[in-house]
Structures are given as structure tokens and as C-alpha cells.
Design a protein around this ligand. Structure first.
Ligand SMILES: Cc1cc2nc3c(=O)[nH]c(=O)nc-3n(C[C@H](O)[C@H](O)[C@H](O)COP(=O)(O)O)c2cc1C
Length: 422
């Protein structure tokens, strides 16, 4: 197991003894804002070309409490802290000037950071030839999350970025556009190129476009000013070191594309309406619904580092199916484990009252960054297919790692938990 993962497990004891106070007065900002002097393209939700970008992390709802209003987005986020930022290189796309943009959910806009010459691009940092279309780059501003979750926050940055890639996948599905993820990119060089401080780092990229194999771009040179995306940054050396130690990956290509047999209009509604369910009525799911969800989340994900992620399902309430621990079409153990599942999710009722509580498990410490992002992508698919079929889902990042592994009789790393149901 990777040292970072082992050192950030929750245990019954740790959650009771490692109490830290959260400084609610000084919560980091959730938006990175570039200077107003830069050109912007405000995204018009009615325009399909703009909507493609808008659905990647865009704001879809407002939640108001006395004195404060929160914007909720197409992507869920641990603690609604939104550490992930999205940048995109656009080349040869009608209606957009070639350039490097920041995708700003705050302004619902693409902010032009650097106009692009024909000869240059980010492609050399991704080890690809010139891309006609979009090259997305995903980073995390870890302090937004470590402010609350301390060392465990690096995991959430990876989950959240996986969810963000999930929003890109869904937007591509609506547009009938293929995409592929590249994890093995020159992260450190890109961090420097984009003028990041140590609080922000790239985690992955995605290509939505055609690669022109006949043309090699020159590595982009640009001078971007440093922009403080959090305010009040407090360094976490453990997270920064863990990031640096996990940047190198062993390629493991997946070229098979997902086939989502869905009604596009219904999917569009699901993307706009997606929310985390807060409470289950405990009405059961149907067996067909469970199996459809499994088929959807198990579709391949095209990438250069496709790590195996095992899906365990604790069947609590599914009509037509017995209760028990289910994995890949077989029961590992029969029985009512609903209370146990709730306990394992740090005593959260979501884990107990669900139709099904999932645990995702992986073994590949060499490819940690890609592995947890993949768990996030699978999680995002589960959210969308649940919404699509008319029930709910919630990600659960807090669980007793070692006890979950023991319960599942696995020696792997528990990557993520999710609950679905009515
Ligand atoms: C990685 C991750 C972990 C999460 N963990 C929990 C959790 O342990 N408990 C919970 O109730 N919600 C959890 N959530 C749901 C978030 O609280 C929710 O996404 C956020 O409040 C935004 O709301 P929305 O998803 O409805 O847009 C998690 C979400 C993500 C992406």
C-alpha cells in the first residue's frame, strides 16, 4: 500500500482523537479569478458549443442559508470545497479564438490566458502531436480541501478531479464526441508554465479532438501571472511531497471506448439536475435498475493508465435480489449488512439506509493518481445513471479504511464509497 494512503486512513480511534478545529472565518476561496483585463467568452447555455464547456463543472443550482448562498455545480465535491480547476487549449474550433483558456465557473466564462500561435501548444507536455480541438488540463488547489480535511485532502482532490473528468465525459456523450484521458503528462513543467504556486498542481488531461500526426508543435512558452486561488494559503508539506512522489505513472493503455446506450435528452436533464442525495426513504431499488447501473459504470474508460478498480456492492434493499456482499455478478457473502455498511461509512446513515452501498478497491500503488481519479469517474457515472433512472446517489469519502478492507476480505486500498437508493 502507498504510504500516503496508509497514513491517511480513518480509524474508529483516529476520528475521535485527531480532532482539529476548523477556522470557519477563514475558509479558502472556491474560485480562481484572473484579472478583468483579460478577454472573456461568456458561456451561453442555449448555445450547444458553449454548453459543451458549461457542463464541465458549471453552476447548476444555488443553495441559500441565512446570510450565505452557495453555488452547486455539475460535479459533486467532498465538503463542497471544489479544489479542481479546469484549463483548456482550444485550436481550430469554430467560434473560438485559438488559445489557452481558464474555464471559470464563477463567471460562467472561458477566460483567454494566452492566444496561441499555429506552431506552439501544450501537446509536447502530453507527448502527442498537434491536436485540432480541445486539450483539457485538470489541476487541484489542494488548500481548498486541506483547510478542512488536512492530510486526507489529497485523496479528495483526486476524487473531485475524477468527477470533473466525469462531467467532461457526460458532455462528450451528449455531443457524440470521443475523448481520451492522459495521466502521464509533464506535470511539473506544466505547473511552472501556468505560473502555479505550490498550492496548485496538475493531475491529468483529456483530449477532445483529432491528433494531426504530421505536425509536431513547439512547446508552448507563456508568462502567466501568479493568481491566488484560495487566499490565506497554509502549506501542507505531506500533501505536496505525496503529490510529487506519485506523479510518475506506469502506462497501461485502454483504447476501448464506452458505449452509453442512453436517451440524450434524459441524460441532459440528469446532468443539470444531479445532486447528492441527503436521505433515503428506504424504498427498494429494482434488480434491473441495479444491473443497469452496474453496466453503465463498468464501461471502459479510454486512458493511458487504466488501473483495475474493483467494485464491491453491499446489497441492502434491492427487490429481486438477496442481501449480501456482491462483486462482479457473484455473492461473496449473504446476509443483512446494512447496519455494518452504515458503521463503516463513519456511522453515516447514507451507508445504512441505501439500496446499495458501494466500496471501490484498488491495488496499484504505482499508479495512485490515476487510480483514485478513475474511482472518481466511476463515481460520477454512478451519480448520473442514478439521476437518469430516477433515484439518488451520494459519494462518501469518509469511511474506516482498514475495517472496510477487513469486511470485504481484501488486501487492497479502499478508494471510495458511494450509496444509491430512493
Ligand atoms: C469525493 C467526495 C466525497 C464525499 N463524501 C461525502 C460524505 O462522506 N458524506 C456526505 O454526506 N456527502 C459526501 N459527498 C457529497 C458532497 O457533500 C456534495 O457533493 C457537495 O455537498 C455538493 O453537493 P451536490 O453534490 O448536491 O452538488 C462527497 C462528495 C464527493 C465528491
Amino acid at each position: 500500500m502507498l504510504a500516503y494512503h496508509a497514513q491517511t486512513v480513518h480509524t474508529y480511534r483516529s476520528v475521535r482523537t485527531q480532532l482539529h478545529s476548523i477556522d470557519w472565518e477563514h475558509q479558502p476561496r472556491q474560485y480562481k479569478r484572473y484579472t478583468e483585463t483579460l478577454t472573456r467568452i461568456t458561456l451561453d447555455k442555449q448555445n450547444p458549443e458553449h454548453r459543451f464547456f458549461y457542463l464541465i463543472g458549471g453552476v447548476t443550482a444555488q443553495k441559500s442559508y441565512p446570510g450565505v448562498t452557495y453555488a452547486l455545480r455539475t460535479n459533486p465535491s467532498a465538503g463542497a470545497l471544489y479544489p479542481t480547476e479546469v484549463y483548456v487549449q482550444i485550436r481550430g474550433v469554430k467560434g473560438f479564438k485559438d488559445g489557452i483558456y481558464h474555464l471559470s465557473p464563477y463567471e460562467s466564462a472561458l477566460v483567454l490566458l494566452h492566444p496561441l500561435d499555429e506552431e506552439e501548444g501544450v501537446e509536447p507536455f502530453l507527448h502527442v502531436k498537434r491536436v485540432i480541438g480541445c486539450v483539457f488540463l485538470f489541476s487541484a488547489l489542494y488548500y481548498r480541501s486541506s483547510w478542512k480535511y488536512r492530510d486526507r485532502a489529497f485523496r479528495y482532490c483526486l476524487h473531485d478531479t475524477g468527477h470533473m473528468i466525469g462531467t467532461l465525459e457526460a458532455s462528450c456523450t451528449l455531443n457524440n464526441t470521443p475523448y481520451r484521458i492522459l495521466y502521464a503528462i509533464e506535470k511539473k513543467a506544466l505547473n511552472k508554465l501556468f505560473g502555479f504556486g505550490s498550492e496548485e498542481f496538475f493531475l491529468s488531461s483529456a483530449i477532445v479532438g483529432e491528433e494531426d500526426k504530421t505536425f509536431t508543435c513547439k512547446a508552448l512558452l507563456m508568462q502567466l501571472p501568479y493568481v491566488d486561488g484560495t487566499g490565506g494559503f497554509e502549506k501542507n508539506r505531506f500533501i505536496e511531497d505525496s503529490y510529487a512522489m506519485t506523479c510518475e505513472l506506469t502506462p497501461k493503455f485502454q483504447t476501448k471506448m464506452a458505449l452509453f446506450d442512453v436517451d440524450k435528452e434524459r441524460l441532459k436533464q440528469a446532468i443539470w439536475k444531479r445532486r447528492s442525495i441527503r436521505e433515503f426513504t428506504q424504498k427498494p431499488l429494482l434488480e434491473e435498475e441495479f444491473l443497469e447501473a452496474i453496466a453503465y459504470i463498468s464501461q471502459p474508460i479510454v486512458s493511458d493508465c487504466d488501473v483495475d478498480v474493483e467494485i464491491y456492492a453491499i446489497i441492502n434493499r434491492v427487490e429481486g435480489m438477496g442481501q449480501g456482499i456482491w462483486k462482479e455478478g457473484k455473492y461473496l457473502q449473504n446476509g443483512d449488512f446494512a447496519r455494518k455498511a452504515g458503521y463503516l461509512c463513519l456511522e453515516q446513515a447514507l451507508g445504512e439506509k441505501s439500496g446499495v452501498t458501494f466500496f471501490l478497491v484498488g491495488h496499484d500503488a504505482q499508479n495512485y493518481q490515476a487510480m483514485i481519479q478513475k474511482a472518481g469517474i466511476i463515481g460520477h457515472r454512478l451519480y448520473l445513471i442514478s439521476e437518469y433512472m430516477g433515484f439518488g446517489c451520494s459519494g462518501i469519502g469518509a469511511y474506516y479504511d482498514e475495517e472496510v478492507a477487513e469486511f470485504l476480505q481484501s488486501d487492497g486500498m479502499v478508494l471510495y464509497a458511494l450509496a444509491i437508493g430512493r
